[in-house]
Design a protein around this ligand. Structure first.
Ligand code: GDP
Ligand code: IMO
Ligand code: MG
Length: 427
C-alpha cells in the first residue's frame, strides 16, 4: 500500500507523528516538497525528534528515506540532521537517497529571505527565513539555480557560485545596501558537506518506480499545509511550493494514481504561523488557552502560533482540491476542559452565506464565520485507545466535523507520543 500524508490547514497538523506511526509498515518514506521551513516532530516514549529535511521515517532504523526533486535542500541543515541522528544511535548510512534534481539552498537565499522581509515591514509574509522562496525563485528562473547534481563537478560548481555571487551581490547592494555574497566561503562549506551528501545523490524517480514495481510500501510525507500551497493557498501568505497533495506527483515523479489513500491531517482546532488571514482566529483567552495547553510554538522558529476554532470551510476545501480519502485529527486531548467548542460551518461574505473557501487573501480577510456551538468534555482522554471509550461529546464533535468536511475521520490523536492514537477503521 502507498499512502500520502498531507496537511489540510496551515501546517503543523502533526504530520511527523502520523508518518512515524504509518512508517511501521512502510519500506520507504519520501519528502516531496518544501525544505527546512518544515519542522516535523516525532515522539517515541520520552524521546523527541524535530526533523526539518529528513523524512520522519528516519526514526525507524529499517526504513529508507527519499528526498525528492521537489524539495529544496539546505546542506547545512541536512548534514546537521544526519549527524544529530547518528549521535542518538540512528544511522542513515545506505538508506538516504537525495534527488539529483533537488535544488540547493545556500547562504545567499537565506540572506535574501531576511532582507526582503525586513524591507516589507508590516507587509511581510512572516517567512521562516530559511531561504525557501528565493531558492524556488532561482529554480524557476533557471540561470542561477544550483542542484544536487552540480556537486558532482566541483570546478563547475566553483565557477557557477562565483557567477551567482557576483549577480546577487550587485542586486543586494543596489536594493538593500547589503554586504557582498561570499562565494569562496560558500564554496568551502559545499566542499565540507559534499562527502556526506554526494554518496546519497541519485535518480530518486527511478529508485521509487523500481521499488513500487517490486511491491514495496511507500509513504509520501507532505510538508506545510494545503492552505499554504503556492497556487491554491491564501496567496501571497503562502509558501513557495505546492504544499497540498497536488505537489506530490511533480515533487517526486510518482503519479497520484499509484497512491492507495491520501490521508489529510488536521488538528482538532486551527493554528497558523506568520502573517495572513485566519477567519477563526481567537486572539483572546481561548486562543491563549489552546496555545499553552497544546504547546503551540513553532518547531522551526519557536514563534508562538496563532490559534483558533476548527474551520470546516477551509478543511473541506483542502480535502476537495487534494482528493483526500480520509482524515487524521490530532490534538483532541488539547481541547479537554473547554466548556463549549465552536466549529465554523460557513462564511458570510458581502451579505451572502457560502461554504466554499475563497483562497484570495483579501476576500478571505473580509469573511465572517458562521459557527456551530457544541458541548466540550472535561475528561482527560490522553490514555484512551478505543473509539467507544471516548466521551460522547468528543465523538459528537468528531462526527459533526466529519459531516461538514464530507470525509471520514479514521485516526485520532490524543497526545504527542507514537502510542497516543486511536484507529477507527483500519487504514
Ligand atoms: P508537523 O509539522 O505537521 O509535523 O507538526 P509539528 O511537529 O510542527 O507540530 C505538531 C506538534 O503537536 C508536535 O509538538 C507534536 O509532538 C504534537 N502532537 C502531535 N499529535 C498530537 C496530539 O494528538 N496531541 C498532542 N497533545 N500533541 C500532539
Ligand atoms: P510544517 O511542515 C507552519 C509558513 C511560514 C510563513 C509562510 C511562508 O512543519 O507544517 P516560508 O519560510 O515557507 O517562505 O514561509 O509559510 N510555513 C509554515 N507554517 N508549518 C510549516 O511547516 C511551515 N512552513 C512554512 O510561517 O507564514
Ligand atoms: Mg511543523
Amino acid at each position: 500500500m502507498n499512502y500520502c500524508v498531507v496537511g489540510l490547514q496551515w501546517g503543523d497538523e502533526g504530520k511527523g507523528k502520523v508518518v512515524d506511526i504509518l512508517a511501521e509498515n512502510s519500506d520507504i518514506v519520501v519528502r516531496y516538497a518544501g525544505g527546512a521551513n518544515a519542522g516535523h516532530t516525532v515522539t517515541v516514549a520520552e524521546e523527541r525528534f524535530a526533523l526539518h529535511l529528513m523524512p520522519s521515517g528516519a526514526v525507524r532504523p529499517g526504513t529508507a528515506c527519499v528526498i525528492g526533486n521537489g524539495v529544496v535542500v539546505d546542506p547545512e541543515v541536512l548534514v546537521g540532521e544526519i549527524e544529530g541522528l547518528a549521535r542518538r544511535g540512528i544511522t542513515m548510512e545506505g538508506r538516504l537517497f537525495i534527488s539529483e534534481n533537488a535544488h540547493v539552498v545556500l547562504d545567499y537565499h537565506k540572506q535574501e529571505d531576511r532582507l526582503r522581509e525586513e524591507a516589507l515591514g508590516k507587509n511581510k509574509i512572516g517567512t521562516t527565513a530559511r531561504g525557501i522562496g528565493p531558492c524556488y525563485a532561482d529554480k524557476v528562473g533557471r540561470s542561477f539555480a544550483i542542484r544536487m547534481a552540480d556537486w558532482r563537478d566541483m570546478d563547475g560548481l566553483h565557477d557557477k557560485l562565483r557567477q551567482v555571487a557576483d549577480y546577487k551581490s550587485r542586486i543586494f547592494r543596489a536594493l538593500y545596501n547589503a554586504e557582498p555574497v561570499d562565494a569562496e566561503g560558500i564554496f568551502e562549506k559545499c566542499k565540507m558537506y559534499r562527502e556526506t551528501l554526494l554518496r546519497c545523490v541519485c535518480n530518486t524517480t527511478r529508485y521509487l518506480h523500481e521499488a513500487i514495481e517490486q511491491g514495496k510500501n511507500v509513504l509520501f510525507e507532505g510538508a506545510q499545509g494545503s492552505l499554504l500551497d503556492l497556487d491554491h493557498g491564501t496567496f501571497p501568505f503562502v509558501t513557495s511550493s505546492n504544499a497540498s497533495s497536488l505537489g506530490m506527483g511533480a515533487g517526486c515523479g510518482v503519479p497520484m494514481k499509484l497512491i492507495d489513500s491520501f490521508i489529510g491531517l488536521v488538528k482538532a482546532y486551527s493554528t497558523r504561523v506568520g502573517s495572513g488571514p485566519f477567519p477563526t482566529e481567537q486572539d483572546n483567552e481561548i486562543g491563549h488557552r489552546i496555545r499553552e495547553k497544546g504547546h503551540e510554538y513553532g518547531t522551526t522558529t519557536g514563534r508562538p502560533r496563532r490559534c483558533g476554532w476548527f474551520d470546516a470551510v477551509a478543511v473541506a476545501y483542502s480535502a476537495r482540491i487534494g482528493g483526500i480519502d480520509e482524515i487524521a485529527m490530532m490534538h483532541l486531548d488539547t481541547l479537554a476542559g473547554m466548556p463549549e467548542l465552536k466549529v465554523c460551518r460557513a462564511y458570510r461574505i458581502d451579505g451572502r452565506e457560502t461554504t466554499f473557501f475563497p483562497c484570495d487573501a483579501e476576500e478571505l480577510s473580509r469573511v465572517e464565520c458562521v459557527y456551530e456551538t457544541v458541548s466540550g468534555w472535561n475528561e482527560d482522554i490522553s490514555s484512551i485507545s478505543q473509539w467507544e471509550d471516548l466521551p460522547v461529546e468528543t465523538r459528537r464533535y468528531i462526527e459533526l466535523i466529519e459531516g461538514l468536511v464530507k470525509t471520514p475521520i479514521t485516526i485520532l490523536g490524543v497526545g504527542p507520543r507514537r502510542s497516543q492514537a486511536i484507529f477507527r477503521n483500519q487504514v
